[in-house]
Design a protein around this ligand. Structure first.
Ligand code: NAD
Length: 357
């Protein structure tokens, strides 16, 4: 029995619709296991621009900082396409990550047997299901390094610098080893150590850390090989940990293997147990307000929150099993619908998952 305070940023477009279904599920899990989840709502993104004149008001940050974790829907939409760049709704995400100290991004790529047809790979490659977790460093590396233009011998040169400190590498590897302990206990560190000095430092730090996690098997792979292995033999992976840029690319590649954007959750973690949980999809303005959005990514994000922030493993498993059961029963929102399945709206899909909790 526990008390958990959750900040909820529903955001824009389909954000409020899908987060509502995730909240319903959390309430049901709370009732079943006698946990007390409280939800405090805050604005970020386009709706915050409308109400506060800025995409990430200080009131929202205060609510998030006072909570045990954050659930986010999605932000952005055509209504705010013309606001100045620094104030775009999506900037709220960067602000939240940096202000809340969230330096690692966890992106699972899972294939459910019932949806194996949606996977673009041959059936035998993913037979028996697939369950990979990509842990991407989120606040360092080349995306945040020194950059600019300078005069070179052959005209203007542009440069972007990749820098990683030992501390940055240690903290992301620690998160990767820790989540691996809750999974199959395998970590593959993906890098380009045959070329990059930063990668060689990642390997040195990983070698030093592995003694602290004797149950975890650590391996290394060059990123070009990892990109190939993800389509050739993705089942060899459990947890992949990698730098910001490599993780950006590989996590999207892994998402495509699963076939649908409406099913994929994510987590951003910092030090300790605090995290922000959100579906990987955007605000889908084309289907907003029409009861068409798939709430499963948001629901699974709530499951990740239970697992990784609150360490409620059984409760998280209940959510995953409920989603699996609903898919096996042939329930589908329009994005994953195929002939012979039962077509459901957002609310009905939420209810269907709820009925299995
Ligand atoms: P998107 O993910 O919103 O939509 C891409 C396509 O996938 C659309 O056809 C949409 O209908 C569909 N889709 C997305 N989620 C779905 C769901 N749960 N169920 C069914 N179908 C779903 O990406 P986009 O169209 O490039 O972006 C729309 C807006 O969202 C933009 O303003 C963008 O900046 C923003 N965005 C926000 C986030 C975030 O908040 N984390 C992420 C990506 C994009």
């Amino acid at each position: 029995m526990g008390e958990y305070k959750i900040a909820v940023i529903q955001g824009d477009g389909i954000g409020p619709e899908v987060t509502q279904e995730a909240i319903n599920i959390l309430k049901a899990v709370g009732k079943k296991y006698q946990h007390h989840f409280t939800f405090e709502y805050a604005l970020a993104g386009g709706c915050a621009i409308d109400s506060y004149g800025q995409c990430l008001p200080k009131e929202t940050l205060a609510i998030c900082k006072g909570a045990d974790s954050v659930m986010l829907g999605a932000v952005g939409g055509p209504k705010w396409d013309n606001v100045p760049n620094a104030q775009r709704p999506e900037k709220a995400l960067l602000g939240l990550r940096s202000q809340l100290g969230l330096f690692s991004n966890l992106r699972p790529a899972k294939i459910y047997d019932a949806l194996a047809d949606a996977c673009p790979l041959k059936a035998e490659i993913v037979a028996g299901g697939l369950d990979i977790l990509i842990v991407r460093e989120l606040t360092g590396g080349i995306y945040f390094g020194e950059r600019g233009y300078r005069k070179g011998n052959y005209g203007v040169e542009a440069y972007d610098v990749e820098t990683y400190s030992e501390v940055e590498i240690q903290r992301i590897l620690k998160n990767a080893f820790t989540v691996a302990m809750q999974r199959e206990k395998k970590v593959c560190c993906v890098d380009k150590a045959n070329v990059l000095e930063t990668s060689r430092l990642w390997r040195k730090v990983a070698e030093e850390m592995k003694a602290s996690y004797p149950q975890v098997t650590l391996s290394y792979m060059y990123v070009d090989n990892a990109a190939m292995q993800l389509v050739r033999n993705p089942k060899q992976f459990d947890v992949i940990v990698t730098s910001n840029m490599f993780g950006d690319i590989l996590s999207d590649e892994a998402s495509m293997i699963t076939g649908s954007i409406g099913l994929l959750p994510s987590a951003s973690l910092g030090k300790g147990t605090f995290g922000m949980y959100e579906p990987i999809h955007g605000s889908a303005p084309d289907i907003a307000g029409q009861n068409k959005a798939n709430p499963i990514a948001a629901i699974l994000s709530a499951g990740m929150m239970l697992k990784y922030s609150f360490h409620l493993e059984k409760e998280a498993e209940d959510i995953e099993n409920a989603v699996k059961a609903v898919l096996e029963e042939g329930m589908r929102t329009p994005d994953i619908f195929s002939e012979g399945a039962t077509l459901l709206g957002t609310k009905e899909m939420g209810q269907a998952v709820l009925s299995h909790i």
